[in-house]
Structures are given as C-alpha cells and as structure tokens.
Design a protein around this ligand. Sequence first.
Ligand code: CP
Length: 327
Amino acid sequence: MKTNLRGKDFISTQEWTKEELETVLHLAFDLKMKWGLDLPSRLLEDKTLFMLFFFSSTRTRNSFEAGMTRLGGHAIFLEPDKMQISHGDTPKEIGKILSSYGHGIAIRHCDWGEGNKYLRDVAEHARVPVINMQCDIYHPCQAMADLMTCMEKKGSLQGKKVVMSWAYAKSYTKPLSLPQSVIELFTQFGADVTLAHPPEFELMPEILRNAGDNARMSGGSFNIVNDMDEAFYNADIVYPKSWGPLVAIKEESQMVDVIRRYESWICDERRMSLAKEDAIYMHCLPADRGIEVTDAVIDGPQSVVYDQAENRMHAQNAIMALTMGGR
Ligand code: CP
C-alpha cells in the first residue's frame, strides 16, 4: 500500500506501479462501501477541482462533479470556448493560474495528436496534480472503473480471458484511448488479454509493447487476432467497442470507407454464446445500439455497463483523494 501519492499526476496507468494502482482500488472499494452505507467521506473538504472539457461528456463530468461533492470539495466545469483559450491562454498559463486557485486540474482533450500533449504541457507547469479525463491516447479513469467492476464480478484477473475487441460504429471516428488503457492496465493485473480488430484498426505500437511487457511481468498473456469469433471463444470478459483506424490511415474520408467494410463486427447473442456461459459484457458507453451491440446483449443478464458507469465515481474519488489530499 502506498501512502505518498499526493501531487502525482494521473495521466496513464502505465506511469503508476501495480502497488500504487492497488492502493487506488483498495480506497475505491472502501469509498464505495461508505457510499452504500451513506457514511461521510469528506476527504477533500474545502478543496477545488477544475474540470476542463474540450469534448462532450455524460459520465465523466457528472461522476467527477458528484464525486467532489461527496468528498466535501467543489468541482468547477470549464469549457474552452467560454474561457480565453481561443484568444491565447497557453497550457503553461492554464497550469500555473488554475494551480494558484485550487488543488487539482482534470482535463478531457481527445483530439488525435494533440490531447495527451496538451495534458502534459499543463502538467509541466501545474503545482497540483493533473488528472486525465480522456485524451487521444488514454482513458485511465474508465479503465480503473472497469478493472474494479471485473474484480467485483470475477475476483482476481489472473488466468481470466479478457477480450478487448473492435466493433462497428457509425456515429464518429472514436479515439483509441479506451482500448489502449484497458490492454495496458489488464495485462498489469495478470489477465490473459486478447486484442481483436480488423487489420486496419491496430493500436499504437508503444502501447502494444507495454501490454506485452506487462503480461510477461504479471504472469498473464497478450495476443492479437483479426477475427471477432476467434477472440470471443471461451472468454470470461468481453469488451467490444469501436475505435478509428487512426494509426493506419491519415485521411478522414478514407477512414469512413474502411469502417464500412466491417459491419459484421457487432456483439450479438450468437457471439456471446461463444464466450463462457458466465462471461460478462462490458462497454464504457455511449454505445451505438444495433450497430456495435444488440439491445438483447447490452440490456441482457451478462451486461455490466451500469456497474462500470457507477464505478467511475468511486475509482475517481480514490484517485482524487490520494493525489489531491493525503499526506
Ligand atoms: N465513458 C465515458 O467516458 O463517458 P462520457 O463520454 O459520457 O464521459
């Protein structure tokens, strides 16, 4: 258990040790129990979190904001177009100035090639921890909530087959951040992770290397297949979710053409029957119903999507309490 996390940025789980992440999980479960018992958890009294959103959100905004209320502090919702960012405020100024008013800066910036750099530029100049609410490369708070959910449903991940699969979607070219965070984090915790996607939807090479290295260290495994049925076979946990062909293809118009080729990559009851009988279905939401997943699966008995959404608040409260408060 680590007791010295105060001031540490949470930009990716890969930059935290397994012991540090276990400390977060331990506190998250404790805070969830207190929430269930309606006991107070005022660990960040009089503290302020700034939440800067360059991209829309339902779960992330509301779980952070409600979480700060729960911890006895206050969260401020910021949108770049209501600030002076478009008129010249730099990441350095944002980091220095918001640090002088509060105790944490949380940022969502998913633009490909820009988001993670923006977070790191703010963090370089901030005197308070920077928390990643999703960038172009990582979605670490979602991955922590997902890990918590899997531990609740399945216990230890050691020896469990976890499938992170691409799925078809029409709505927009979604970031790589969720699958990348999931494969890094779940391999750190000893899972047998299978990544499945059509050939054009590969993830960033350094993330794949990290997942392989993590698996070797943790006694888990990591492999990649290009067939959704093969991946689902005998799985304990399936996580089918769309992302864009951002690594392989540069032109947006070409991306749409490539995505259209893979309409058959939907999570339906036939595919779920390939996994173990007690397998769980995961999605971080929002999902493209009827396109990424059928209603029967997402609303069915194997779905844990509402547990995942609820656990966002508890996992994030633990991260905030440890990095913005504590010793
Ligand atoms: N899963 C997730 O991050 O949801 P929002 O985009 O609604 O915040």
